[in-house]
Design a protein around this ligand. Structure first.
Ligand SMILES: NC(=O)c1ccc[n+]([C@@H]2O[C@H](COP(=O)([O-])OP(=O)(O)OC[C@H]3O[C@@H](n4cnc5c(N)ncnc54)[C@H](OP(=O)(O)O)[C@@H]3O)[C@@H](O)[C@H]2O)c1
Length: 250
């Protein structure tokens, strides 16, 4: 049986852990050679070993909030992989919660820089390459909270909601170039980002009880839909926000 990403190449940001790491592994298992980006060099080096070495994966240390670093990283990825078919803008997170009235502008800005500006930097850096090739699949990581709400997280929710709007508009612009642009909205997924909630047994159970499927997701359950969106099985899907939340937003 042919693997869904056989012969393809993929760049994945935030691949040092969590959903990004699981996505890199799933895409590699699906046949893609991958370029993995994050700041943690050691974690990237370990991932490359786990994936079978430098012929399978290229580690590229990069802070995605820095446009210059992103430009260099994309250049390195194209050089190393030959071309880019798939781009996963996964790096992101929410480093603090606060009532809106006590939000400091610096906290707002660092959150939008990490979750929104980073997506813009990567998409701009790959634009010429993808347009020239007349193909590509871009997947941006939004969040289920972006289509509902979350108390004390206006900064994060606003940034992720913007990612959904950005995705739809870019999908419209790039459709004529043969490039698909989609996003995913994960629900509660067990990663470092949610470790505070996971470590508190009551909160962990309370969250699971809010989810119609009755449990948290594993990072692998986000990786499989990402492989689908990247593959030809999703060849007629663009501008879509794939909600992967166990029914949380129903
Ligand atoms: N977990 C959830 O429940 C959940 C729900 C909805 C949406 N999401 C979204 O899904 C994505 C992945 O989340 P996760 O749960 O896997 O989080 P995670 O385990 O905390 O991983 C975050 C990843 O982003 C990378 N990253 C953070 N800041 C970066 C920067 N400035 N430059 C480059 N890479 C950076 C981290 O690598 P380094 O630290 O090595 O740089 C890490 O690989 C995020 O966009 C998150 O907002 C998660």
């Amino acid at each position: 049986m042919t693997m869904p990403l056989e012969g393809r190449t993929a760049l994945i940001t935030g691949a040092s852990r969590g959903i990004g790491r699981a996505t890199a592994i799933a895409m590699a298992r699906a046949g893609a050679r991958v370029a993995v980006l994050a700041r943690d060099r050691d974690a990237l080096a370990k991932l490359v070993i786990d994936l079978g070495g430098p012929q399978a994966a290229t580690p590229i240390p990069c802070d995605v909030t820095d446009a210059g670093q992103v430009g260099n990283a994309v250049e390195t990825a194209i050089e190393s992989l030959g071309a880019l078919d798939v781009v996963v803008n996964n790096a992101g997170g929410c480093r603090f919660t606060t009532p809106f009235e006590t939000m400091r502008p610096s906290g707002w800005q660092s959150t939008t820089r990490l979750n929104l500006d980073s997506v813009m930097h990567v998409c701009q850096a790959v634009s010429e390459h993808l347009i020239e090739r007349g193909s590509g699949s871009v997947i941006n990581m939004a969040s289920a909270v972006a289509i509902t709400s979350m108390k004390d997280m206006t900064h994060y929710v606003a940034a992720k909601a913007a990612v959904i709007g950005f995705t739809k508009s870019l999908a419209l612009e790039w459709a004529a170039h043969g490039i698909r642009v989609n996003c995913m909205s994960p629900g509660w997924t067990a990663t470092d980002m949610t470790s505070v909630e996971m470590r508190d047994p009551d909160r962990r159970k309370e969250i699971a009880a809010q989810v119609p499927l009755g449990r948290w997701a594993s990072p692998q359950e986000m990786a499989a839909p990402a492989v689908f969106l990247a593959s030809d099985a999703a060849s007629y899907i663009t501008g879509h926000n794939l909600v992967v939340d166990g029914g949380l937003t129903l």
